[in-house]
Design a protein around this ligand. Structure first.
Ligand SMILES: [Zn+2]
Length: 309
């Protein structure tokens, strides 16, 4: 099997009331942990790469690692560019073997976002690739994306945006955010399901995407801190809220921080308990297992895509 687009995945997910996990990848152990989980749960999968990941691991390494994962698992796997900032990076990924790109024009005025997204869609569709656009802005920090204030998606804009751009999926802002610090201590996590419902009503059958959807599970933050970390209070989106979203028009849920936390906690625990170890395989094995276990947890608790490959 080759790298697939998300078209078929999203159609089945929309009809089946579940979502596909889009997990950020940076190296071999992360790709292996994620794909091992998807194989064990027989789940379709999106592996996504940010600009920062592409800079860190290099385009060709990532492509070949994902191709290797497909050879090993025979699963339907899409390779997606997360937060493409301009036409050039999207074109480079499309030309270089990605099956899906995001063009993030969410910071631009509405008409400029439409023009940029349309340009990427025209190039992508001519080359067998699909495109995710974004309306509304998530707060938080993720690699090169740094936004101070959250601005919710305006449902009144979604039909015109999708119609004029011909985009394949749409990321919206309903209260998720990038990074581990989504809510302040004492603040109650909440998502604007009213906005999601209104968007879904205006775009029947159309796949919606949620970014920044980690739950920042306390036991993992505690573990990072127990073994010498110093993370202040981190609060994420409860898994049951995301599960509710996955049952609706939300077909793609992006999860990164929870994997980072699980991996870092495992490395810290191993090195704290085995201070004389200096063989990277000794600490990267529990790190890879931690990624696998976290992704399995997400597939079952949040996404509901187990058995859907
Ligand atoms: Zn994002």
């Amino acid at each position: 099997m080759a790298i697939v687009t998300t078209t078929e995945m999203f159609k089945k997910a929309y009809e089946g009331g579940y979502a596909i996990g889009a997990f950020n990848v940076n190296n071999m152990e992360i790709i292996q942990g994620i794909t091992e989980a998807a194989k064990e749960e027989n789940a379709p999968l999106i592996l996504q790469v940010s600009k920062g990941a592409r800079k860190y691991a290099k385009h060709n390494y990532l492509i070949k690692l994902v191709e290797a994962a497909i050879l090993e698992t025979d699963l339907p796997i899409a390779l997606h560019l997360d937060h493409g900032a301009d036409f050039e990076i999207c074109k480079s990924c499309i030309d270089g073997g990605f099956s899906s790109v995001m063009i993030d024009g969410s910071h631009l005025p509405f008409e400029e976002n439409i023009a940029l997204t349309k340009k990427v869609v025209e190039y992508a569709h001519a080359h067998g690739c699909v495109v995710e656009g974004e309306l509304g802005q998530l707060a938080g920090v993720e690699d090169d994306v740094n936004v101070e204030n959250h601005s919710y998606t305006d449902p009144a804009q979604v039909e015109e945006f999708v119609e004029k751009t011909n985009v394949d999926s749409l990321a919206i802002a309903i209260g998720t955010s990038h990074g581990a610090y989504k809510f302040k201590p004492g603040q109650k996590p909440m998502l604007r399901f009213d906005i999601l419902d209104e968007v879904s009503k205006r775009l029947p059958g159309f796949p919606i995407v949620l970014h920044g959807a980690s739950s920042v599970i306390p036991e993992f933050v505690e573990k990072v801190n127990k073994y010498g970390g110093a993370m202040p209070d981190a609060i994420g989106i409860p898994e049951d809220m995301l599960r509710q979203a996955a049952k609706s028009s939300v077909c793609k849920i992006n999860i990164d921080s929870d994997l980072r936390l699980a991996m870092t906690a495992a490395v810290r625990e191993h090195l704290a308990n085995n201070p004389s170890d200096f063989d990277p395989r000794q600490y990267l094995t529990p790190a890879r297992d931690a990624i696998r276990d976290m992704v399995k947890r997400k597939i079952v608790n949040v996404l509901g895509c187990n058995g859907k490959a």
